[in-house]
Design a protein. Structure first.
Lengths: 424, 322
């Protein structure tokens, strides 16, 4: 039944998006004059402050509800209904904006650009899920994220991919987060919003490439559950960090785990920690691992320096993503392009009254930011990579089945698999 | 599919997604963005599959230094009206009659007994010698006459300015009018956003009126009651585009319609029930964003198009192989 519902849901989504893309314009125009005057186009008013706070309130309520459902009520069914509400409210009604994932960029830009004012509601959207994750785990992912909700509904036949592939893919959200912050901080682009694969579905309108991405993600999500959350979501990185320290994280068993293994295949996200066979832990293996661990620990500063150096060297290439830098560069190398009346970017610059010198100075400033940012980003990615490699040699002590606090989305699927009764 | 196969597929899709994002991101710059994304461009719709074009242009008649507005074909002669004139010219371009008008003629209709000229706000009836027999003016100032048709001795006068069709006797007695409204809720009266509102009576004595705002051709009885219609809206060749098309129509002897469109100028043939049968002339034959040619058909189903932009009467005949 769930499979059929999922397929119908997918079909509806795809057809909405394609029909929206097929809309046509009218040509020729009417000729009769009826005295009607075209109204002057106006910029739509932003959402009123009251309504913005209402959104924050809804987020707070949904987060509280999700945490209660995951930890106290332990109800998967309740979580599904809550996800549906989130999908309708934050997805289709609010059209995917504002979302906590994208708010990373607003916060980053406000941090690095004093001219950009961050609204309190955006800050609340950024902080609330992180605060909740710090206490209750990633309940935001379970019930309050529209991107998570839309993917959760289409999980049909999830497969568990090899551990080495999973661990390799785990690195990508850090890369995405790093670049999203770099591009936001330099005023280049909000790439998280631009490449949000589901916003086109929520708005029933998107460029062709985004429709393609949305469809690809949904198709992928049928077999590889929540691909965006696991391989791309930059906010997931922050939630993962917070959740690792969560005090009251959801548990699989309501009481003592009896290690029945029933929950083992229940998680489509491979986020259940399986008990380690202590018999395999020999003194020589411990020593060998410790040696390797120490070696890679010492190597971390090298990774940081190498990453920082590499990306700072790439700052010229990276800064071309900034429209000002790119414009300055092409106008210097191809001054004849100034006569290209078809090129909107160039014509807009020429009509702005800005001089070439001003443009170059502005571009130089941005390029310097990229050089500095390249050091930070490269260093950060080097650190992450170093820790990830080093962690391959940690001796895990795991005695019971429990969710991986960082990776678990607190979706409550595994709860239904546990035969242990709650102590009264 | 095996687990290993699925894993490979999953990784491959992820790699493709990342690749698409990177390529799009790198490619989206001032040089690669291409032309103005907000530019209104309908060029792709101007292409017509050559196999659809069943007609060829066989002749044209230059009209010289006059401003033509409307045309009719009757018994081998071409009746043409325009800025302060009504002319009759033979099929080879020889002028047979020239009547001076005080105002511009918009449309003309020739029959055995008379020639009727529709000015913007007046109907004039001449005999074939050019003598004025009768004339009258509809009662409103906003009248804009665009087409004339006769069915069972009733003269139908299309008034685009008031979105109505007036009915008269050929002596000028007012018989009534209708606005194309139907009793059915899903129907609408005539929607006329431009001064193009054409009518035609076919071989089977059916009155067909264009409802251009609805991209429809509607069949009415003498009382002005809607009997049937078909409509086709599309930017593609199969339909009509924009605010108001078709601008002009004519009928072939088998009842098929010849339609002429403005904006993206093209002449096409539709079956009686509205299926596209063929194309007479593709947009490339006309001036870009030009005026819709007035179209008429003679007894041999040869299509005559009055090309206002080039001041030509262009003759289109069916290709022999068709």
């Amino acid at each position: 039944m769930k499979k059929i519902l999922s397929r119908i849901f997918l079909l509806l989504l795809f057809s909405f998006v394609f029909f929206a893309a097929q809309s046509q314009q009218r040509f020729p125009k009417p000729e009769f004059e009826s005295g009607y005057e075209q109204p002057t186009p106006t910029t739509p008013e932003p959402r009123s402050a009251g309504m913005e706070w209402a959104d924050v309130f809804v987020l707070l309520a949904v987060l509280s509800m999700a945490s209660w459902l995951a930890i106290k009520k332990r109800s998967r069914k309740g979580m599904i209904w809550l996800s549906l509400f989130t999908l309708i409210y934050f997805g289709f009604y609010r059209e995917g904006c504002i979302c906590s994932i994208g708010s990373i960029q607003n916060v980053a830009l406000a941090f690095f650009d004093s001219g950009y004012k961050l609204s309190l509601t955006v800050l609340a959207f950024f902080l609330l899920p992180l605060i909740f994750a710090l206490f209750f785990g990633r309940t935001f992912c379970a019930g309050a994220c529209p991107l998570g909700a839309i993917q959760d509904l289409i999980v049909i036949n999830p497969v568990s991919i090899p551990s080495w592939v999973r661990k390799t893919l785990d690195f990508f959200p850090y890369v995405y987060l790093g670049f999203a912050i770099l591009f936001a901080a330099t005023g280049t682009d909000f790439i998280i919003c631009r490449y949000d694969p589901f916003v086109g579905i929520f708005r029933m309108n998107a460029p062709y490439i985004m429709i393609l991405l949305g469809v690809a993600f949904l198709f992928l999500g049928m077999f590889f559950a929540r691909p965006y959350c696991r391989v791309f979501c930059p906010y997931g990185v922050l939630l993962n960090w917070m959740s690792k320290f969560s005090k009251w994280h959801m548990t699989i068993s309501p009481a003592e785990c009896i290690k029945c293994k029933l929950c083992e295949p229940s998680c489509p996200f491979d986020a259940i920690e399986i008990p380690v066979n202590e018999k395999e832990r020999t003194e020589s293996s411990v020593r060998k691992n410790l040696k390797r661990f120490s070696f890679y620990l010492v190597l971390i500063p090298v990774w940081i320096l190498a990453g920082g150096f590499a990306l700072s060297k790439a700052h010229v290439f990276l800064s071309r993503a900034n429209p000002t830098v790119y414009l300055a560069e092409i106008l210097i190398t191809h001054p004849e392009l100034k006569t290209d009346t078809e090129n909107l970017d160039i014509q807009t610059f020429l009509e702005s009254g800005k001089s070439m010198q001003e443009l170059v100075e502005e571009a130089t400033l941005i390029r310097n930011k990229f050089r500095r940012g390249g050091w930070y980003l490269g260093g950060f990615l080097g650190l992450v990579l170093g820790i990830m490699i080093m962690n391959q040699f940690t001796m895990r002590k795991q005695e019971i089945y429990e969710p991986h606090k960082g990776n678990c989305f607190s979706c409550a699927r595994c709860i239904d698999y546990c035969p242990v009764e709650k102590k009264k | 599919m095996s687990k290993k196969g699925l894993s490979i597929l999953i990784v491959a899709i992820i790699v493709v997604i990342i690749g698409i994002i990177i390529i799009d991101f790198i490619g989206n710059n001032a040089l690669n963005r291409g032309g103005n994304p907000y530019e209104y461009n309908v060029d792709e719709y101007k292409e017509v599959d050559p196999s659809l074009i069943h007609y060829k242009e066989t002749k044209n008649i230059a009209l010289g230094d006059i401003i033509p507005r409307g045309m009719d074909i009757f018994k081998g002669d071409i009746y043409i009206t325009g800025e302060n004139f009504l002319k009759v010219i033979g099929i080879h371009g020889v002028q047979k009659l020239n009547i001076s008008l005080e105002e511009s003629g918009i449309c003309v209709l020739a029959r055995d007994e008379f020639i009727i000229a529709g000015l913007e706000q007046e109907v004039l009836i001449f005999d074939h010698m050019g003598k004025l027999i009768n004339s009258w003016k509809p009662d409103t100032e906003t009248t804009y006459i665009t087409s004339l048709a006769i069915l069972n001795n009733i003269l139908f006068v299309a008034d685009a300015g008031n979105r109505r069709v007036l009915k008269y006797t050929t002596e000028g007695n007012y018989l009534g009018e209708f606005e194309g409204k139907s009793e059915s809720d899903d129907q609408h009266g005539f929607i006329i956003p431009s001064p193009h509102f054409d009518m035609v009576v076919n071989e089977f004595d059916e009155l067909w009126i264009v409802n251009p705002g609805k991209h429809a051709i509607e069949n009415y009885n003498e009382k002005g009651e809607l009997r049937g219609f078909w409509a086709s809206s599309s930017m593609n060749i199969e339909g009509f585009t924009g605010c108001c098309n078709p601008a002009e129509i004519a009928v072939l002897s088998n009842g098929s319609f010849v339609t002429s469109e403005k904006g993206m100028v093209r002449i096409k043939i539709y079956s009686q029930s509205g299926e596209l049968e063929s194309v007479v002339a593709a947009p490339e034959k006309f001036q870009e964003e030009g005026t819709a040619p007035d179209v008429k058909v003679d007894e041999n189903d040869v299509v005559y198009a009055l090309d206002f932009d080039r001041k030509l009467i262009r003759v289109f005949e069916k290709k022999l192989s068709e």
